[in-house]
Design a protein around this ligand. Structure first.
Ligand SMILES: NC(=O)c1ccc[n+]([C@@H]2O[C@H](COP(=O)([O-])OP(=O)(O)OC[C@H]3O[C@@H](n4cnc5c(N)ncnc54)[C@H](O)[C@@H]3O)[C@@H](O)[C@H]2O)c1
Length: 312
């Protein structure tokens, strides 16, 4: 890992990963790429090397990889679940053709690749409690369809071309640095902002909606752990189940109330509810723990306390 490219570098995960990677490998060795212009801190650009490129543009992507002599790609550019349902054609194009471009370049330029799948790869017929690593994958969202197809494509490039691509099925990720990007678990982030600002939140899923979640520092740790693991320990080349905490929307609201007693949460489920109902409530990630030593740090109480402290 010498010269690193993060696609979707402006996003919720990309911007946090950028900070950690630039501290570890030097800011000059990290390139952030996104279809959007870079985030600004006042008049200062947050990143050193930044390219505005559409990942569906193979030539532009190849030029970036050649220009910076990239050897490792964290491919995060994507449309997420809720946005993907609003724009299914665009979701297919960006999520599938973007990934295929990255995998083709990985094959031709010997790149190591990280690409995230999601709990959205599961569907209504997948077991919802302690969802196993190997089980039915029948998502009914375009986003989920692109995750299952993407997992199979990664495994195909590993088996056929020996591309070193590694993947995790992230649960819903909670973080404070940048706003979430149109996913079904965004309520678990928005609730913190609203609790601090307005002491109330109208949640777009029901109180009892339970989903697997993870605090961003744990997600970044998992991402770097799997990328640094010796190749022989990576025994699954589709995507690893990954888990930390699982809680209902009401349990999260009650945890926030311990810090902000006047906080009130109401529930008004919208189209996000059907997506959430098709996903697991908890995940069995024992293969990640056995194969490459995954362990998480943050439980609900520790995450809530840290989120409120950092956001305040
Ligand atoms: N955040 C989560 O809770 C979560 C959970 C599971 C999986 N994931 C996966 O992690 C990855 C990153 O997610 P995120 O939460 O950071 O998403 P995000 O929406 O915050 O960021 C995605 C970034 O991709 C960029 N982008 C979109 N189309 C592009 C294109 N054509 N070319 C270049 N850039 C483009 C967007 O501008 C955005 O900055 C995605 O693959 C997502 O499916 C995220």
């Amino acid at each position: 890992m010498n010269n690193i490219l993060i696609t979707g570098g402006n996003g919720q995960i990309g911007s946090e990963l950028y900070t950690v990677l630039s501290e570890r490998y030097g800011i000059g060795n990290i390139v952030s790429l996104d279809i959007q212009p870079p985030r600004m801190f006042g008049s200062r650009r947050e990143v050193e090397h930044y390219e505005i490129v559409d990942v569906t543009d193979y030539k532009a992507l190849r030029n970036t990889i050649k220009k910076y002599q990239i050897d490792t790609v964290f491919h995060l550019a994507s449309l997420l679940s809720a946005t993907g349902e609003l724009k299914p054609d665009l979701a297919w194009n960006v999520n599938m053709n973007g990934l295929k471009n990255v995998l083709d370049l990985a094959r031709d330029y010997q790149l190591q690749v990280f690409w995230p799948s999601s709990i959205a790869a599961f569907g209504p017929h997948s077991p919802q409690i302690n969802t196993p690593q190997f089980t039915v994958l029948d998502p009914n969202t375009m986003y989920g369809v692109t995750k299952v197809a993407g997992e199979l494509l990664c495994n195909y490039y590993f088996e056929k071309y020996n591309v070193d691509v590694r993947s995790l099925r992230y649960p819903g990720l909670i973080s404070y640095k940048t706003p979430p990007g149109g996913g079904t678990t965004d309520y678990a982030v928005e609730i913190f902002y609203e609790a601090i600002k307005h002491k109330k939140y109208n949640c777009f899923v029901s109180a009892e909606t339970r989903l697997p979640m993870m605090y961003m520092p744990d997600a970044i740790k998992a991402t770097l752990d799997i990328m640094h693991a010796p190749a022989e320990q990576i025994k699954i080349r589709t995507s690893y189940n990954l888990a930390a905490i699982s809680f209902s929307a009401e349990e999260l609201a009650n945890e926030i109330k311990k810090h902000i007693p006047e906080f009130e949460c109401t529930y008004e489920p919208d189209f996000h509810q059907a997506i959430a109902d098709s996903w697991p409530k908890s995940i069995d990630d024992s293969r990640a723990r056995e194969d490459w030593g995954w362990s998480h740090e943050y439980d609900l109480a520790a995450m809530t306390a840290d989120m409120l402290e950092k956001l305040a």
